[in-house]
Design a protein around this ligand. Structure first.
Ligand code: PMP
Length: 358
């Protein structure tokens, strides 16, 4: 070993979903929105002067922060923005999880949480979801260094009622509780309404899913001004110009067309509800999802070979080779047409493999 090698930090990174670029692919693997962003986004980007790119963006991202505050009926001091919610969540781990006690998050959840915990040296424990993939709220009543979970959870799609989240908050007034609401707009109830009551609550959301802007990387946290100030102090100790100019313009514009946002959400929810029926018809089972994806398993078809067969047909879904969930597929809800491609594939697969359990 060379001497300098001893100083290199070795970590096991998060594995992002693959981003294939094939002409006729059906991409149902990273929970993107199948519909384009609002027309205001296109207009805002067209209007942008490339000359402006010569200059750094506003480090406070005020234009976007103000618009988010307006949208949610909060003050700008209650809003923090970052480069996707991944960036915001990483900042949260750095800022709020500094106890020697373990941070708690579910065993089956967004697999970036344990990567950040490892990266920042945060102790953590992972209480197991119950047999129906729900959070057991009692697991979060013990002493800890903080709590984080997505609602709806990923990759399960399962949402917890707001009353359970409030229970968890009631039992955790001495630590920061973060609710990651990346998928909340697709049907779960947001914890934003609890911000007034719980000063230690932080709600994190993203433009990547319901607002069709995964490519721009915009995420945000909503919470009491003391938490937002702490996040900004860490951010300014790390990288002050996080959001670039196009992201600030387009993100602000995306918030202006609420009608379009609601329309695409309704379309995705309708397609999801039909998908539940169609996939159940093929024999898949799943817990009820309130997100823009379904987390399915099948009594006959093994997940991994099915994942590979789909991939060969340019239909991309997500497979996690992890304990407890290695016989599941996570399928993002696409357009009706894309979902039809999936169903047609499954009909053929059924004929070929005899997986008919109906
Ligand atoms: N939280 C959860 C639960 C997610 O599934 C994702 C998407 N991978 C994110 C946060 C991060 O999304 P983004 O960085 O695109 O906002």
């Amino acid at each position: 070993m060379k001497a300098w090698e001893a100083n290199i930090r070795h970590v096991t990174p998060y594995t992002p979903g693959e981003q294939p670029d094939r002409p006729d692919m059906v991409k149902l693997n990273t929970n993107e929105n199948p519909y384009p962003p609002a027309k205001e986004v296109r207009e805002a980007l067209h209007k942008m002067e490339t000359e402006a790119l010569r200059l750094y963006p506003d480090p406070a991202a005020s234009q976007l922060t103000n618009e988010l505050a307006r949208f949610y009926g909060l003050t700008p001091e209650q809003v923090f923005v970052g480069v996707g919610s991944d960036d915001v969540l990483a900042m949260c781990f750095l800022t709020f999880f500094n106890s020697k006690k373990p941070v708690l998050f579910p065993d089956i959840t967004y697999s970036f949480y344990h990567v950040w915990a490892e990266l920042f040296g945060v102790p953590y424990e992972r209480p197991a979801l119950d047999g129906r993939l729900h959070l057991r709220k009692e697991d979060y009543y013990r002493e800890n260094g903080g709590v984080i979970f997505p609602n709806p959870n990923a990759p399960t799609g399962v949402a917890e009622p707001l009353s359970d989240i409030e229970d968890i908050l009631e039992h955790n007034t001495d630590v920061i509780v973060i609710v990651d609401e990346a998928y909340v707009d697709f049907g779960a109830r947001s914890a934003i309404s609890l911000l007034e009551t719980y000063e230690n609550l932080l709600v994190v959301q993203t433009f990547s899913k319901s607002r069709s802007l995964a490519g721009l990387r915009i995420g945000y946290a909503l919470g009491n001004p003391a938490l937002i100030r702490a996040l900004n102090d860490v951010k300014y100790s790390f990288n002050s110009y996080t959001l670039n100019r196009p992201a600030l313009e387009a993100g602000t514009a995306a918030l202006q067309n609420e009608a379009y946002w609601r329309k695409t959400l309704a379309k995705i929810v309708a397609t999801r509800e039909r998908a539940k029926k169609r996939l159940a018809g093929f024999g898949f089972t799943f817990e009820d999802s309130q997100a823009n994806f379904l987390f399915v398993t099948h009594p006959v078809w093994k997940a991994e070979p099915l994942f590979l067969a789909l991939r060969k047909s340019d239909i991309y879904v997500r497979y996690f080779k992890q304990p407890r969930i290695d016989n599941y597929l996570r399928i993002t809800i696409g357009t009706e047409k894309e979902m039809e491609r999936l169903y047609t594939f499954l009909e053929k697969y059924q004929e070929e493999t005899g997986g008919d359990v109906s």
